[in-house]
Design a protein around this ligand. Structure first.
Ligand code: HEM
Length: 407
């Protein structure tokens, strides 16, 4: 390997540095581990052959300013056969020009303006859930709050029946392990089975729209033609599954992890209760502090230098977003949760041409959820050792028992 610092060998950069992502101890409080990795080896070659970057500047460089993409120079997705790569057609796994064509087909539906029409429905739904649990003084922050808004908005956008939300959330969690095949070889069978179930489910909905056209995203995709180029069946199916995977549990995680922050730092919750206009910056602080998606990946298309180390072309490089979000070079006192923080942008939605398409939708859902909670309830109590984690590559709670008082 070429290296600008000749004293540093591959061997010196290699290892897990006590941060093996399959270690379940990392789920509840990963931050000390990622701090250690950022300080000990910010440019790290893992024992499974993937590289990891964990400081802010390197991650910004990778996502926004490097010659890189989702596939290697032979057009293959690392860890997948040619056949598997060819079958992989969700926009997040594609490079231009196909990526841009697929993203453009759905991006209109994700502008703040298009999404604003959905806000009253989300407000009503969250309000109804909280009417129901309010008198009990206790709730599951996942089932009774975090699931409601994202499930309603994803179901409405894709035209998926709302009553299927629990089953879909479970399948979506398992599918995420496909994104890190090298680290999770033992979970690939289950993940494949979940994808097949989702595919069969979506195919039925797509068929329905062929005979009964609808105005939701799925309906639009079915009738989509762009520059006379109709989507192929595979592309259509994979955008619909991909959108569900990308949008559902990620937002559940944002709301659920965010509420745990508010329980841990009640003074910040009271600030929000006193001033609901802080909801926007509160959501960003939750995204920074406890991100639901801790990583994203790029494949380098040329040798590229990061913090003095050159990573070779064709290497698979994971951006440790969760580490960058607490980089003290960019965030003052990074382990302090402060909903009025106005500093560098967090990395939780990635960057460059793959920057999260659903960021406005996720923000809107979380703002509604946090404001309704703060207006109605106080003294939220969560015993963090009671949190159950969903079986996902991401940081998604499956259950959070909480107690609260009415304001
Ligand atoms: C808190 C919630 C969410 C988080 C933390 C999140 C995070 C991310 C991240 C990290 C990426 C990869 C970006 C990159 O590699 O540069 C991404 C991409 C993407 N996200 Fe989200 N996401 C969230 C919600 C949503 C929602 C609600 C949707 C809508 C359905 C969505 C749709 C997408 C799509 C379509 C992509 C791929 C974009 C592309 O390849 O051009 N996400 N998201």
């Amino acid at each position: 390997m070429s290296n600008t610092n000749s004293s540093v060998s591959d061997q010196a950069l290699a290892g897990w540095y006590d941060v093996d992502p399959t270690n379940t101890d990392l789920k509840p409080n990963p931050h000390p581990y990622y701090k250690h990795l950022r300080e000990a080896q910010p440019v790290n070659l893992t024992p499974v052959g993937d590289w990891r970057l964990s400081n802010y500047a390197d991650i910004q460089k990778l996502l926004k300013h490097s010659h890189s993409g989702m596939r290697n120079l032979d057009g293959l997705i690392p860890g997948e056969s040619r056949e598997q790569t060819e079958a992989s057609k969700f926009m997040l796994r594609m490079d231009p020009p196909d990526h841009d064509r697929l993203r453009n087909l759905v991006s209109k539906a994700f502008t703040p303006r298009s999404l604003s029409t959905m806000r009253p429905t989300i407000e009503l739904l969250v309000s109804a859930e909280l009417d129901r649990v309010g008198p009990q003084g206790e709730m599951d922050l996942v089932a009774d709050l975090a699931l409601a808004a994202p499930a309603a908005s994803m179901c409405a956008m894709l035209g998926v029946p709302f009553e299927d939300r629990h089953e879909l959330t479970e399948l979506v969690s398992l599918v995420t392990y496909r994104l890190a095949k090298n680290a999770y070889p033992h979970l690939q069978k289950e993940s494949e089975a979940a994808i097949m179930k989702l595919a069969n489910y979506m195919l039925l909905l797509i068929e329905e729209r062929r005979t009964h056209p609808t105005d939701d995203i799925l309906g639009q995709l079915v009738t989509a033609e762009e520059a006379d180029d109709r989507l192929s069946n595979d592309e259509l199916l994979q955008q619909s599954i991909g959108l569900l995977v990308a949008g559902l549990e990620t937002t559940i995680g944002l709301i659920a992890n965010g509420m745990v922050c508010f329980a841990r730092y009640p003074q910040e919750f009271e600030k929000l209760a006193a001033d609901p206009t802080l909801a926007g910056s509160a959501v960003d602080e939750c995204l920074r502090f406890e991100p639901s998606v801790p990583i994203t990946r790029r494949i380098l298309w040329e040798d590229t230098e990061f913090s003095g180390t050159v990573i070779p072309a064709n290497a698979s490089v994971f951006a440790i977003l969760i580490g960058a979000n607490r980089d003290p070079q960019y965030f003052t006192d990074p382990d302090r949760f402060d909903i009025t923080r106005r500093e560098a942008k967090h990395c939780s939605f990635g960057g460059g041409i793959h920057f999260c398409l659903g960021s406005h939708l996720a923000r809107m859902n979380a703002e509604v959820a946090f404001n309704h909670m703060a207006q109605r309830f106080t003294a939220i109590e969560v015993n963090e050792s009671d949190i159950e984690w969903a079986p996902s590559l991401f940081r998604i709670p499956g259950k959070i028992p909480a107690r609260f008082q009415l304001r």
